[in-house]
Design a protein around this ligand. Structure first.
Ligand code: F6P
Ligand code: MG
Length: 441
């Protein structure tokens, strides 16, 4: 694509992309292998000898993958037939077509980081589906559930806060409602600190009460378009005709604590009547360790519902009811686990693009979504977000993300330089966050 900056890539020795491919990804693969080992007896109990053989097969495929990665071998086509196999293999050919003859074939450290990192998770999935009868095993499920249990106290605090708020929400003045809206937005932003791929698959739960930290965290919000979200949704509310809808779509990121924060936000949007319908999008296969699948989504709501804590269980009951009544809709689409940047969506997944166009607002949670929104390129820090979206404007949209990759656009002149001087790891530590909006003024 002419005129666009280069992609982030492992070619840049010392960059975060390079370190991720060199250290973090092999560490995640090792953990996956270890997880399979530890479930050996469970596979045996469930499937007998066949389960044991499947475990051996998956482990040998994954060890091979780790070796290919660590020795920077060419990226090979996917072999197992699955819904997206052809699209992946075409994308690999496209990557090949971008290379000069002297480069040879797409390789782990040579090719775009976004491509190879997505490919790694897709290959993990391939190893599992090639190993029936354990082909529906989610190698990351255990860590996702652990994140949920370890965040228990913070979840209780959030559910209690939400249920207290519900009691008075109808009586709030506009300004008070706006304050509460900003609070739930920030809760959802900082919930994104809890992903498990940045930590190499190690636990990353929320142990402190996030609500009491919001004021202290404010200086870490680098781009803050919350006002624009408020004016968009409060306008929709004011001008909405009877029986018409305001739809907010949330492209989910991590399960566990972050998902709770997103559901709190979604519940607030309905109760405040800022929206009347929420569509959630999750992943169809286990992805970037902690990303939400339909199983995680249902599991988490069930956990809340059956909890002994009054307010947790009330949230679970209410949320299940939103789903039953069709006010909350969960959808998945294979596009979210392809390597393509979002500017390719209208071509690769026109049905999904058309669906998103029906939303009044789309919220993209998390770092990986930001990388895909901006194409994971070496943009200048001051380039407008609208430009970096490269033609992807299905509806007004906002990225809600903590920074975990070396890509950031839409900053003020001098802002990035100042940050680099005071905190060299500002782009990758997850300490900073943004609400970055694109849409009509
Ligand atoms: O390597 C860290 C990393 O895996 C990034 O590649 C990725 O963007 C991020 O973590 C995942 O974060 P999130 O869950 O916020 O999308
Ligand atoms: Mg994630």
């Amino acid at each position: 694509m002419a005129g666009l900056p280069d992609s982030l890539s492992g070619q840049d020795v010392g960059s975060f992309a390079y370190l991720t491919i060199k250290d973090r990804i092999p560490q995640i693969l090792t953990k996956v292998i270890d997880t399979l080992h530890r479930h050996k007896s469970e596979f045996f109990e469930k499937h007998g000898e066949k389960g044991m053989e499947a475990e051996k097969k998956a482990i040998s495929l994954l060890s091979k993958l780790r070796n290919e990665l660590q020795t920077d071998k060419p990226i090979v086509p996917l072999v197992e037939k699955f819904v997206d196999t052809d699209i992946w293999n075409q994308y690999l050919e496209y990557q090949q077509s971008l290379l000069n003859e002297s480069d040879g074939k797409p390789r782990w450290f040579l090719s775009p980081w976004l491509f190879v990192e997505c490919y790694m998770y897709r290959r993990i999935h391939e190893a599992i589906i090639q190993s029936p009868p354990i082909d529906d095993f989610d190698v990351f499920k255990e860590s996702k559930d652990q994140n949920f249990f370890e965040s228990q106290q913070s979840i209780i605090a959030l559910c209690t806060y939400l249920q207290e708020l519900m009691k008075t929400i109808e009586d709030l003045e506009d300004n008070q409602l706006k304050d509460e809206f900003f609070k739930v937005l920030q809760i959802s932003l900082w919930g994104n600190k809890c992903d498990l791929s940045l930590s190499g698959g190690d636990t990353s739960s929320q142990k402190t009460n996030i609500i009491s930290s919001l004021e202290d965290l404010k200086p870490f919000i680098l781009v803050n378009d919350m006002e624009r979200l408020w004016s968009l949704l409060s306008n929709c509310k004011k001008t909405r005709e009877r029986a018409s809808i305001t739809r907010v779509d949330i492209i989910l990121d991590n399960s566990g604590f972050e998902l709770i924060t997103d559901l709190v936000l979604a519940d607030f949007l309905l109760s405040s009547k800022l929206a009347t319908e929420i569509h959630f999008y999750g992943k169809t296969i286990p992805w970037f360790v902690s990303d939400t699948t339909i199983h995680d989504f249902n599991w988490l709501i069930k956990q809340l519902k059956h909890s002994n804590h009054k307010w947790m269980s009330k949230c679970g009951v209410n949320w299940e009811n939103h789903i039953k009544m069709g006010r909350w809709v969960y959808l998945d689409h294979m596009f979210w686990t392809l390597p393509h940047e979002f500017s390719a969506m209208s071509q690769v997944a026109p049905d999904l693009h058309a669906e998103l166009q029906k939303a009044h607002l789309i919220l993209f949670k998390g770092d990986l979504n930001y990388r895909k929104l901006t194409g994971d390129r070496k943009w200048e820090f001051t380039i407008p977000f609208h430009q970096a979206l490269n033609g992807f404007h299905p509806a007004p949209l906002c990225s809600i993300r903590t920074l975990k990759a070396e890509v950031q656009v839409g900053l003020q002149p001098g802002q990035a330089e100042q940050l680099s001087a005071s905190d060299p790891s500002w782009m990758t530590s997850g300490k900073y966050g943004i609400f970055q909006f694109d849409g009509p003024l």
